[in-house]
Design a protein around this ligand. Sequence first.
Ligand code: ARG
Length: 463
Amino acid sequence: MTTPHRLWEKGTPIDDRVHRFTVGDDPLWDRYLVHWDCLGSAAHALTLARAGLLTPDDRDRLLAGLAAIDAEDRAGRFTIPPELEDVHTALEAELTRRCGDAGARIHTGRSRNDQVATAVRLFLRHHALAVCDDLATLITALLERIDRDGHTPMPGYTHMQPAMPSSVGLWLHAVAEAALEQWRAALELLHRLDACPLGTGAGYGVPLPLDRAYTAALLGFTRVQRNPIDVQNSRGRLETGFVRVAADTAGLLDRFASDLLLFSTAEFGFFALAPAHTTGSSIMPQKQNPDVLELMRAWAARLRSWVVELEALRARLPSGYARDLQLTKEPTIRAALEIHELAAVAAAIIRAFTIHRDRLAAALRPELYATQAALELAQRGVPFREAYRRIAALLAGGQFEAEYENALADWRATAGRVPSADVLAVRDELRDLAARTAHERSRVTAAETTLLPARNAAASGAP
Ligand code: ARG
């Protein structure tokens, strides 16, 4: 008998078209899960050995085989042939090729269902930590820029009409605050992800004495995901949580990109992208285009669409595993790969865009300070509505600027600044969140390095 390709092959041939349809893009997307499936498999081998279901020899053979496969993958040499369906099948086949009988024992007490849930969980944990790093880089770039240029006055807009005095610092500080919010969300997500799905089999538990707490500890989880049905039901749910954080992070960047696009038009002229960040036109020699900002918006839009895709995929599914869940991998993996790229581009732009102070100063029209003038009257006892009307009359009569000449000079210099205490607060929270992230990471990497020493010792980053 020739070795069957598929783990479930029992002699009845499968229709080629149906085979291709069910495999879908798994050979492509599962390549991002090889490392994580190796880790999960190493923990499973150790758990089997602890339960007396693998000999110490077989266990060691499997651990060495997994480390070798993991190294192959790191070198870009591990492939998933379509006839082998997915990473789990390819891994078992390769393990069996390398370790013989021991390889054929690795699937004792596990299913591809808890296997894939585990691999994706580990992948998400890694990328949630990476999103924390992305946010740290962004906030650091924003704080540097606020230090350098924060006091530069700038008009503030409502309805895209000049409204109140603002500043470059206040504008960038808003981006930093939103980034802190996403960082807190990413840490909260890490907490949600911190439960080990392995050992739940197809979704109804495994009738073997597997020590699930041990498996969880090996993989750096602080707890076991208790209910085996919940493990399958959480597939898609936790992915949505991750993609939502990625999409919201992209969302704060697309807002920044939109602002920068608008304020860099010739008509505003407040800012300009660094020349190295612009692209040209094939026909118009004078053009320096902000394509990068437009694509940031488009990438953010696509990231949001993946939240919708994931919500749609898991809506109305019955409990337990369904093959629909296979399709949750593509939007999840793409979101993970793209958010880091998007954040890195945004940080580069934040560091380098140019500020045209003359254009900003010219835009600080006297009307921007009308509210301030009215409030000053109110402070001196004039009923606010009366003060409002008085200032409106001065504006209508063209006397406001002359009347408030001295005050305007002061206001133009300082109004709309971001309070230094608020900048300090961002700095403090950045430090606090960075410490919490480092703590999470050290726990996770300690476990991962112990399980697959070779790969992780060399690794500056997993896939
Ligand atoms: N490729 C599958 C997925 O991602 C792996 C699990 C397959 N399980 C099954 N029972 N057919 O969902």
